[in-house]
Ligand binder design. Structure first.
Ligand SMILES: [Mn+2]
Length: 195
């Protein structure tokens, strides 16, 4: 069984293709036109051990907003599609990831019910060519389109690059746990019988 998805989305603002393989090895070469965001997606895929291709042609002459938000929408849809009927998966995942002085918590539930709690103070407005405000927009889009309850909390940290990178890596590790299969789980792990 291979759990993968390819999702395409075209608007006047962005044209995006995402290919995601959950049972991968961490191969990734994102190309969104936003170097810092590519670096973040690469960290997510490598540490989640997902194979991830992202190509985004977006209106970066405006700013990075549409490209990052819409990539979140498409990635969330790819996650939902690749996870499929959720039979046998652990459903919950979490990680606390250190990066030098920064420590970031991520906990998530592939419940089918979208919700984002995001607590991340950044010291500056930008990391490279990415607005730090866009981290929240990205994770909001992912959580809604994947149908995921997602909590991200920066426990502490000083350097925005470290904080943001720890956040994306923690998300990858937490998602890897949530989508992993446990042979003891027969069917879907829910008292309701459906997720
Ligand atoms: Mn880095």
């Amino acid at each position: 069984m291979s759990r993968k998805a390819q999702v395409k989305r075209d608007t006047k603002e962005t044209q995006i293709v995402v290919r995601l393989e959950l049972d991968g090895t961490g191969k990734s070469s994102p190309d969104t036109g936003i170097g810092f965001f590519d670096h973040m997606l690469d960290g997510f895929a490598r540490h989640g051990l997902f194979d991830l291709d992202v190509v985004c042609h977006g209106d970066t002459q405006v700013d990075c907003h549409h490209s990052i938000e819409d990539t979140g929408i498409v990635l969330g849809n790819a996650i939902r599609e690749a996870v499929g009927d959720k039979k046998g998966i652990r459903r919950y995942g979490y990680f606390i990831l250190p990066m030098d002085e920064a420590l970031v918590l991520c906990a998530l539930d592939l419940s089918g019910r979208p919700y984002l709690v995001f607590d991340a103070p950044f010291a500056h407005g930008r990391c490279g060519d990415m607005d730090t405000q866009m981290a929240r927009e990205f994770f909001y889009a992912v959580s809604y389109s994947a149908g995921m309850n997602l909590h991200i909390k920066v426990l502490y940290g000083e350097n925005d690059h470290h904080i943001m990178e720890a956040m994306f890596k923690a998300f990858g590790k937490a998602l890897d746990m949530a989508v992993s299969l446990d042979e003891r789980i027969a069917g879907v792990l829910s008292t309701k019988g459906v997720l």
